[in-house]
Every structure is written in C-alpha cells, then in structure tokens.
Design a protein around this ligand. Structure first.
Ligand code: V47
Ligand code: SF4
Length: 402
C-alpha cells in the first residue's frame, strides 16, 4: 500500500498497460516534480481524459495543501459599469454613450467610502475594487480613494484595479508604469487582482478586447508591481474563440514571469459566460471541460501555489467538484457586491455566502475549510468548528475530513 491515496492513484495509472507512452511520461514527470513542456500541455488538452488529468492535479494539490481549502472574507466595490472600452465578451459594461441607461451606475468617492464604512462591524479582511474605465476615475482619484480607505480602516487589505485601468490612468497622467505603480503602492493599494488578462495571444485578444492594454503590457505592469515586493493574481478567460494552444501560450507566459519574480499568488481560470454580450452566439464550455481546464492549469503552472475556482461564476456544485481537480481556493464570502457575473448569466444571480455556508460547502466534500487573508496567512481553521445553526446537520457534515 502507498503512503497516501493521491500517490496510490498515480501508481494505479502507471500500472495500466493501455496507458499511451506520452501520457505515462507525463505521470512520471509529475511524480518527480519535473515541469511539463508546452507540447505536453497541449497533449493533455487534446488527448487526456478528465479522470487522467484529475488524478494528476489532485496528486499535486494534495501534496501541496493536503485537504486545506482556502477562502477569505471580502467585499467588492465596482466604481462604475460605464467603460471607454468595448470588450466583446463583457456583459457588464455600458459604453459611455449609454450613460443614461437605467442599468448604468457611477459612484462618487463618498458613496464608495460609505460602502467601505457599511462593513465596519464585520470581520472582512479585503476589499476587491474593479470596474469599468472612465476618464474621471483618474490617477489622483484612485490615489485619494486608497488613502481614505486606509485612513478609515488601516488593516483592510486593498486589492485594486487591473493593468487595464493602470495603463489607461498612467497614460492620461503622463507617468511611467514604474512611477505610477510606486504611487499606487504608497497610497495604500496592497495587491492586484488577476483581471484584464483575458487571453494574451494577439490573434485572440485583437478579436475580443482590441482596444485595451495588450498582453505584453498586462505582464509588464505585474512584473513592475512584483519588483516592488508586492503580490498579485492572474486570470485567464477561456471557453470562447480561443484554441487550446492559446491557453497554453497564456499559461506559459505566466509561468515564465513567475519564474522571474515569484510574485503571483493564485491562478484563476474564468469561464466565459455568454449572456447579453456581443459573443452570445458562442456556446459555453461544459462542466467537464471546466474541470479539465482547472486540472491542466494545476499541472502546468508548477510554480503557482494556488488555483482558485471563483464560485459565483461556476456555481457552488461545480466549485465543490473542482476541489478534486486541482483547486485549493474558492475565493470569498462575497456579499452580493459584484455584478460582473450575474450580468453575464452566471449561476449565482445574487452571489452571497456566509462563512458558515462556505465552510460547510467545503466540509461536505471532505476538505478542510481554512479562512485566510489575501496573502494566505491563516486566520482560522474551521475543520472542527460547529456553527450553532449546524447542530441538527452534524450527521451530514461528519464526512471523512483528514
Ligand atoms: O477581466 C468579464 C471577466 C474579469 C465576462 O484576483 C467575464 O482574486 C466570464 O478578474 N464571462 C474580472 N468572465 C474579474 C476578475 C476576478 C474575479 C474574482 C477574483 C479575482 C482575484 C479576479 O471578469 C475580467 C474578465 O476576464 N469577465 N465578462 C464574461 N461574460
Ligand atoms: Fe470595460 Fe473591463 Fe468590460 Fe472590457 S471587460 S468593456 S475593460 S469593464
């Protein structure tokens, strides 16, 4: 018998005489911590079954994190859904010319500070700020906003804006990326979320997000941020017009930058949702493809510590399944404060989960719920915690948690 279930599953794969030599080679590389090549990544997308990639990804996940599954307590502020850009997949933005549309909003700084204050009595650790791009939300506006959040609640981690906004506001303010990112850090921004990455390859980016920052600019801004000693996330919008080779190219560029800086914390694959946008004619990926994609990301990105499934986007059930396919993080107890996905047709129309619900969702698939802060410092292990409301469900929750 082998030491752990996940190694046993890998050994079982190797005992299969039918296993093609190229896949056997990948199993052996993963078992000996050897990175797989872009060609091998492509082979996984083109030929490997869900069960195969799932076994490898779960092996890596359990070796790194055991059953630990991370979440945090956060809330979102989306300053506006008006945007100067016109990404074809975006269901959320309203072009500036539609500013009188009843579904358009534009918060003032005071209104956004009121949102921050409305969480004063709650134990949230992070505010995630991202939205549309508008000229009036310029560099000075955001610097002041960050300073005011910090002066109101110094311990609240600000995870704010993507290279899409930074490229635009730095250009307008006529400052270099280096100078701009230094000012942003000084004003109180703590980390960058992973948005705006979409698909880096110009062949696809030109068709879906032609007018915003390029893949190269996205990567450069994260690199500068990492060189300031700061951390960030990375996303990939998949399941639209890209081909597998574009996904591999995207992950390869992230892997190379991570080798240089080590500044990425988490990779978040974002499933394209087709409701009410200019790409509505494109069918969405199936849950099997979504799980295969998480698993291949876990195998490919050997220098990323975490793979996150963003539950408001894929729904609670697929998020639970993803925990067996390489995912070790399911984001936060967001509080119905994001519109990005509900407007794109995601399962969760009013995404809100209490800490109790999130912890129980994780326990119900035999994993350990761990509340973390943005930088993955552990705040509380909920494995043995029984919430008062759960007394009646004890039997159901008593699943094998190691
Ligand atoms: O960049 C927009 C995506 C992203 C659609 O860093 C869509 O912790 C699918 O990056 N279908 C923004 N996706 C959100 C984001 C994020 C989310 C959660 C956690 C973190 C993190 C980052 O949303 C955009 C774009 O790729 N998006 N429209 C759509 N129709
Ligand atoms: Fe604007 Fe972002 Fe939507 Fe693109 S994805 S149109 S940059 S809000």
């Amino acid at each position: 018998m082998f030491a752990t279930d996940h190694t046993y599953a890998m050994e079982t794969l190797l005992r299969d005489p039918q296993l093609p030599a190229e896949l056997r080679q990948i199993v052996e590389q993963v078992l000996t911590d050897q990175r797989i090549s872009p060609a091998q990544g492509l082979l996984l997308y083109e030929q490997a079954s869900l069960a195969f990639v799932g076994t490898l990804a779960n092996y890596i996940r359990e070796k790194q994190h055991g059953h630990r599954t991370y979440f945090n307590r956060n809330f979102h502020i989306e300053p506006t859904n008006l945007c100067v850009y016109d990404c074809k997949f975006c269901s959320y933005s309203r072009l500036i010319k539609q500013r009188n549309d009843p579904s358009a909003w534009q918060y003032t700084m005071e209104e956004m500070l009121d949102i921050v204050k409305s969480y004063d009595d709650q134990p949230v650790t992070e505010v995630h700020i991202v939205g549309g791009v508008l000229p009036q939300y310029d560099l000075q506006f955001y610097l002041e906003f960050f300073r005011r959040i910090k002066s109101h609640r110094p311990a609240l981690h600000i995870k704010a804006l993507t290279p899409v906004e930074y490229h635009y506001i730095f250009k307008k303010a006529k400052v270099s990326y280096e100078e701009g990112m230094r000012l942003v850090a000084e004003a109180g921004c703590d980390s960058l979320p992973g948005g705006g990455a979409e698909i880096f390859h110009p062949e696809i980016r030109q068709q879906i997000a032609a007018d915003k920052c390029t893949g190269e600019q996205w990567l450069r801004i994260h690199e500068i941020w990492h060189n300031l000693g700061r951390r960030s996330n990375a996303t990939m919008l998949y399941g639209h017009i890209e081909r597998f080779e574009h996904r591999i190219d995207h992950m390869e560029q992230l892997r190379q930058l991570q080798d240089k800086t080590g500044g990425f914390q988490t990779f978040i694959p974002l499933k394209f949702r087709n409701h009410d946008n200019q790409m509505s004619h494109i069918a969405e990926s199936t849950p099997v493809e979504d799980l295969r994609n998480y698993a291949i990301a876990r195998i490919y990105l050997d220098n990323f510590d975490h793979i996150k499934a963003y539950w408001p986007m894929i729904g609670r059930e697929v998020a639970q399944m993803a925990l067996a396919f390489g995912v070790d993080d399911i984001d936060g107890t967001i509080d119905d404060t994001t519109k990005i996905y509900s407007m794109a047709g995601a399962e969760e129309q009013s995404p809100a989960l209490s800490t109790r619900e999130l912890a129980n969702l994780i326990k119900a698939v035999g994993r350990r719920p761990i509340e973390r802060d943005t930088l993955y410092n552990i705040i509380q292990d909920y494995t043995d915690h029984v919430f008062p409301e759960d007394e009646v469900f004890k039997g159901y929750l008593a699943l094998p948690v190691v």
